[in-house]
Design a protein around this ligand. Sequence first.
Ligand code: PGA
Length: 244
Amino acid sequence: MPSTYFIANWKQNHSIVSTKEYINIIAQYNNPNAKIIICPPYPLISFFTNAKLANTDYGSQNLSSELSGAYTGEVSAELLQNFGCKYAIIGHSERRQLYHETDEVIAKKVALAIAHKITPILCVGETISERENNNFINIIKHQIISGLNNIGSQNNIIIAYEPVWAIGTGLVPENEQIEDVFNLIKTTLTDINIEHDKVKILYGGSANTKNLANLLKISSMHGFLIGSASLDAENLIEMADFVK
Ligand code: PGA
């Protein structure tokens, strides 16, 4: 059975002290059915580099859309690769909404990640009004086609379906709604000549220990992108234990 992904998106949380404590706890955990990936803020990545954890990978929450140069405040894919990041979250709705990331910028980031052997975790998902207007199909299709525009048929990618209205709200779609979007993602990948069965498709948005068992009933569920419920190492482990 392929392992289920539990990707922790720490967002702008955690300190040096709490990161060290977190690493100590997660270092003890070994569950061959769960693939745990931690995405801390940039300066905390080096603690994961140095910890050399046997059973846990790590990545970034973003990366620069440019190779190198005069881009104040940005961090290059090359530097993240140097620090051992194997994954990068790209196009999170908070980046799209708060930092006005465009489809073009997201596509550049996805391509740069792949060029540096970093697996992009491309986030897609509709707002509540897009869901209510029934416009979400077009929105999600567009986010996938534009986000993967520069990578040809490369399939070393992860797609996280994160409805904007489910992030940090405690609201979770019905399983049928998630399944419909997963199917849409698969057909869209096929349309652009990417083998969908090679691509991991995850769900994100208020996933926690209370709703995980139900979400795991979705047969094509490859895992989760987890925000607030991932901030506590024990809680993340409790979630990963669902696939033990
Ligand atoms: P949440 O965040 O689990 O706190 O809803 C998920 C995300 O933003 O990736």
